[in-house]
Write a protein that binds this ligand. Sequence first.
Ligand SMILES: Cc1ncc(COP(=O)(O)O)c(C=O)c1O
Length: 375
Amino acid sequence: MEFIDLKSQYTDARERIDARIHAVLDHGQYIMGPEVAELEKQLAAFSGARHCITVASGTEALLIALMALGIGPGDEVITTPFSFIATAEAIVLTGATPVFADIDPLTCNIDPNLVERLVSARTRAIMPVSLFGQPADMLALNDIAERHGLVVIEDAAQSFGASYQGRRSCNLSTIGCTSFFPSKPLGCYGDGGALFTSDDALARAMREIRVHGQSQRYVHTRIGVGGRMDTLQCAVVLAKLERFEWELGQRRRAAARYDALLGEHVQLVSREADRSSAFAQYTIVLEDRGAIQAALHTAGIPTAVHYPVPIHRQPAYAHLSSPEACPVASYMAARVLSLPMGPYLSDADTHQVVEAVLLAAGVAATGHSALARRA
Ligand SMILES: Cc1ncc(COP(=O)(O)O)c(C=O)c1O
């Protein structure tokens, strides 16, 4: 069993993906070829945002968003410590300071109640992460931002395809940033990412920053980066986008199966009724994670820990706050375990994973009968 089965996805979509790749090889415009604009148009339409700007990675998207807002030394950005390192890294790279707000113990997303008390005269932005594919509480965060004149940048690297109160992730605040890292819900075959906004001036700034701050050929009106997404990767995403809604449905079906079989026995990362997850990860919370993960490994079931050390406890970031600053993030970092997930995870796979989890967690008898009852 694969943790995320990209091989089956390729087998299923081979003709479309190969045709798209060969079209690029035939026209030869490897940088900023026609697929780039085509993908940006389709992704903007999908998200509901007026603009989409593809970039070299999710990390680059976060950095370009902050640069376009003019965030830099002396500024603070409030963010979550329970994320992939890129979230805080992008802030630090601009010269600004990440300020960590602890997470909600149920959803593992940033807790808006803790955000407002961290707002200072230096705060410029809030950067929530829509973790595991479920949007953060964007309404509450947008409200705080509005009250204090801040901007909200959604780190939607894991949540492209999710929705919140009927709107798509990436279009829930001033700027949304996503990643097309291969294992993301919508992945390419290398690095890629995208920025979303409905603000025309910001869109223009982000387009320029993506290409070395260039407003016309060899006219550099801003400091920028080499941040383009290459044409071949855009072609891969275009091919995958055709089946993306179906894949989201499959991920949700797999999650619903896990919910039904595991929910009575182990703690799940909970999901709110007003939002849907893109299920980048399906994550459970275990007291004895180490032993259960080892047992699953022995049973041939791959798992992953997102993330074992919260950012505020990482060596390069530890000077920013006390290790005790975000106790919920630290608690969760010691207990979360992500199970195999993806559009090609079969019913049989889900059952095999659940049986192994229940056996390892010492609820084998009830587990088996629960499986039998529901089968
Ligand atoms: C929450 C989060 N932010 C940012 C990133 C960075 O994306 P990329 O790997 O495309 O640079 C990731 C990807 O792993 C992520 O999960």
